[in-house]
Design a protein around this ligand. Sequence first.
Ligand code: RTP
Ligand code: MG
Length: 156
Amino acid sequence: ADRLSAKQEKTLAMIKPDALQSFGSILAAVEAAGFTVGRLRMCHLTLADAEGFYAVHAGRPFFGPLTAFMSSGRIVAMELLAPGAIRKWRQLLGPTNTATARQEAPNSLRARFGSDNTRNACHGSDATETAAQEAAFFFKQPVGRCCTTTNTSLAL
Ligand code: RTP
Ligand code: MG
């Protein structure tokens, strides 16, 4: 009943190129934490796609390395549904910097699967508005070289 209740929140999660090989383990953690997986898409972002997704960071010193990394291999984008999904998923991610994550949250996904401050395994939306924008980015327009698109019956 809770899975379909109005208390559900939706976040946009991404498995970044460095962690694609750990998709199975990450999906296991998603399930164990009680999220419902909504729409899911695997694709290889172009550099322009990555620049669009991270447009808010344009001009930051890490923008070039970040967008190059994010277009270097396939990613998985997925909607995760749960009560408080945005905070809950970022909690599971741990701190942005993998080294910090290993110190402060050793069981977090970034501690387990990240490599450094840029190659940090996964993404999570930071607010309701960005979650909606990011879901639209992946599921309401053609993006990159799409490999797989699936829809579950529970997608909102
Ligand atoms: P995300 O958006 O990926 O969930 O991560 P976040 O909120 O924890 O981090 P944010 O500040 O939004 O940065 C987005 C991504 O840019 C890369 N980054 N590199 N100093 C650096 O080298 C640096 N800082 C950020 C990371 O990949 C980060 O997740
Ligand atoms: Mg962010």
